[in-house]
Design a protein around this ligand. Structure first.
Ligand code: SF4
Length: 364
């Protein structure tokens, strides 16, 4: 990198001329910046734009989020995925409201002690909300800096991360660090894109080592991710004579925490095949204490989570008797009430709907 190149000045000029208009831009309320940063953690801007305003309308302050039922929060999050973020945001709001008297943390470490708030999210909130000199390092920034530095260490290695954080901090100016943080995110999203970066229009091209050496395609380097295992599972849509579905709420903590789902078998490692329909009926009784009849296979759904792929075989059966020994189980008529479902389980019910099912489930 060129120590004499005016990185911050060039980037702020670019931001002034070409910064994106986003619903959370210009926001000074740490709560709202926090919400936007958490939504952006694993979801693209185009999708978040559609959710942010609705979420803020529903929960305009940290006190209102803290006082809301988790089910309502998950309902507003439905379709954004990575539901742990919503659960953490809700828990964090409770900490701020109940334990900190409604006052937001004032140091990076205290922000990072809230559930789901990592170093870059904490830094973004403090830089944008309070104009403090804090370096951010989200996925976009990593890519930009790895190219500017021509970093040979993988960006997902400990050494690579250490060097990126160091450079991110060195480049962050004391003046307008909040604008700088948003500007580098914009640079990564609109100019220094993963594929076909527009280097000729880039405010940093004269200080970019990868561009200078015509090796932009080499960066960023990454360690190969581990291969995700493949699992199988059977979801049983148990329907009563009123056309309602038997639903259970997933436990707090863990995958899809607090969301509702039909009764499902334990997951197994593929390529083992799914059990036959008679065995599914037996499993329903054994695992859930529910007897059903006319178990039939409707189809299958594939879904990818962060750490594994899942194939769900979707079965339909008519309820006869029994009730699961769990606290949160209920009958559900989707035409009369809404339940927070994950994208996976909306897809599961869609298999039934596509076959002309009477009770249609709203998709996310
Ligand atoms: S010159 Fe190209 S590779 Fe370098 S930062 Fe700009 S867009 Fe990215």
């Amino acid at each position: 990198m060129d120590a004499t190149f005016p990185y911050a000045a060039r980037l702020l000029k670019f931001y002034h001329a070409s910064g994106r208009q986003l619903p959370w831009r210009g926001e000074g309320d740490p709560y709202r910046i926090w919400v936007s940063e958490v939504m952006l953690q694993q979801t693209g801007v185009a999708t978040v734009k559609g959710y942010y305003g609705r979420f803020i309308d529903k929960f305009p302050t940290v006190a209102e989020l803290a006082g809301a039922d988790l089910g309502m929060v998950l309902k507003e999050w439905q379709g954004l995925g990575y539901y742990r973020r919503a659960e953490n945001l809700h828990r964090g709001a409770k900490v701020v409201h109940d334990s900190l008297g409604g006052c937001f943390p004032e140091t990076l470490e205290r922000w990072m002690s809230l559930p789901g708030v990592g170093r870059s999210t904490a830094a973004a909130i403090m830089a944008i909300g309070w104009n403090q000199r804090q370096a951010i390092l989200d996925g976009n920034c990593k890519r930009v800096l790895a190219r500017v530095m021509a970093l040979d260490d993988p960006v997902n290695s400990a050494q690579g991360e250490r060097l990126l954080w160091q450079r991110a901090y060195e480049l962050t100016p004391a003046d307008r660090p909040g604008d700088y943080a948003q500007a580098i995110m914009d640079l990564g999203a609109t100019v220094c894109t993963p594929r076909a970066p527009r280097c000729r229009e880039c405010p940093w091209c004269l200080g970019c080592r990868a561009w200078e050496t015509q090796q932009v395609d080499r960066y960023p380097n990454r360690k190969k991710p581990k291969v995700r295992p493949r699992y199988g599972q059977v979801a049983v849509l148990v329907q009563n004579s009123d056309g309602q579905w038997l639903m259970r709420r997933r436990p707090r903590g863990g995958l899809l925490a607090g969301l509702w789902e039909p009764l499902s078998t334990k997951r197994w490692l593929l390529p083992q095949l799914p059990p036959d329909m008679q065995k599914v009926g037996e499993e329903l009784k054994h695992q859930w204490q529910v007897c059903g009849r006319n178990v039939q296979l409707l189809g299958e759904v594939r879904h990818t989570f962060t750490h594994f792929h899942l194939t769900v075989w979707v079965c339909l059966c008519q309820y006869v008797s029994g009730w699961p020994l769990e606290e949160e189980v209920r009958w559900w008529n989707p035409e009369q009430s809404d339940l927070p479902l994950s994208t996976l389980h909306a897809k599961v019910f869609a298999v039934h709907d596509h076959q002309g099912g009477a009770n249609r489930i709203p998709s996310c």
